[in-house]
Ligand binder design. Sequence first.
Ligand code: IDP
Ligand code: MG
Length: 140
Amino acid sequence: MTTNVEETLVLVKPDGVARGLTGEILRRIEAKGYSLVDVRLVQADRDLLAEHYAEHLGKPFYEPLVDFMESGPIVAFRVAGNRVIEGFRSLAGTTDPTTAAPGTIRGDLARDWGLNVQQNLVHGSDSPETARRELALWFD
Ligand code: IDP
Ligand code: MG
């Protein structure tokens, strides 16, 4: 076993903050054994969201996604731990909340509301490069 201590960006999206699930999401991160390094409550503007979601520019869900992410406050967590990038993605579950596995954040706490964007409560960085880029955007 090699040590691979990493940091990742977790966002509690506006649906999670509005539903009062910030504490439950942090509880699951801490219960798994990861460490909270920093936290911010952010009202994101379009410039920040355009940079954050640059990889999705031009996709059909891009505009609804940015509108949704701008619709209310977001809580950003900087989280650390060995293999935390992969580990948080596993805690979060797959993107579509209807079919995300029970036991995951999305599987237990999110659903399809029939809107044109998936309100799936959380974002987690998907690679070390993405984590570095996203942490710089949300925390620096
Ligand atoms: P991820 O959050 O699981 O990494 P991504 O593919 O990076 O998923 O997509 C970013 C976000 O865009 C998703 O979390 C979800 O909120 C939204 N999204 C992704 N795909 C769709 C789609 O097909 N329809 C509607 N919204 C989507
Ligand atoms: Mg993603």
